[in-house]
Design a protein around this ligand. Structure first.
Ligand SMILES: Nc1ncnc2c1ncn2[C@@H]1O[C@H](COP(=O)(O)OP(=O)(O)OP(=O)(O)O)[C@@H](O)[C@H]1O
Ligand SMILES: [Mg+2]
Length: 172
């Protein structure tokens, strides 16, 4: 079974998958450097060939539980999608600590507030396969425990939709 662990940058994919890697096989999409097409200077990030990533992921046998981690993970062929969410103000703090430039922080806060990744995931997968976990008020260990619960089929409550849309109104 393949599980996509996706979310806006800073929502906690690496932290949580790092903890879960003690127990499960984890594929970090960001480590597949061959899929990088070019560096986008204005956005400070790589443009990635998602078709190539999809082929790579398809080629991995999935008789065991495999966590596919990265903000393109919901674009892969998987059995369930777990979207990590974060309150935009908390995300801002996390990205500031990374030293991201203001425009990149803003772009990610907006993407998170608009729920872009969940929207994309729901465009590709049915409602009952797309879970959301809010990491704003918990620590990575707690987040990992929730993700594990979902993987084990006991995460019904995380099918509930999370919205930070109204946060946007406070910015104008
Ligand atoms: N509940 C939580 N789950 C995950 N991370 C958390 C949580 N609470 C706080 N954090 C912190 O938030 C940050 C998340 O960064 P992380 O690198 O894991 O995000 P990411 O989603 O992998 O980002 P990127 O897409 O840029 O790789 C870390 O500094 C982590 O310690
Ligand atoms: Mg990461």
């Amino acid at each position: 079974m393949k599980v996509a662990l996706t979310g806006t940058p800073g929502t906690g994919k690496s932290s949580i998958s790092g903890i879960l890697s003690k127990k499960y096989k984890v594929i970090h999409l960001g480590d597949i450097t061959e899929a990088r097409v070019e560096y986008d200077d204005t956005r400070d990030s790589y443009v990635v060939d998602t078709d190539m990533l999809r082929n790579k992921v398809d080629g991995i046998k999935d008789e065991e539980i495999i966590i596919v981690e990265g903000h393109y993970a919901h674009d892969m062929a998987v059995d369930m999608v777990i979207v990590l969410r974060c309150h935009p103000d908390v995300l801002k703090n996390r990205l500031e600590k990374r030293g991201y430039k203001a425009s990149k922080i803003r772009e990610n806060m907006e993407a998170e507030a608009m729920g872009i990744i969940v929207d994309e995931a729901l465009g590709r997968y049915p409602e009952n396969k797309v879970y959301e976990v809010d990491t704003s008020k918990i620590n990575p260990e707690e987040g990992a425990a929730i993700v594990e619960k979902i993987i084990n089929g006991r995460g019904e409550e995380y099918l509930k939709r999370i919205s930070y849309m109204e946060e946007i109104l406070k910015w104008y």
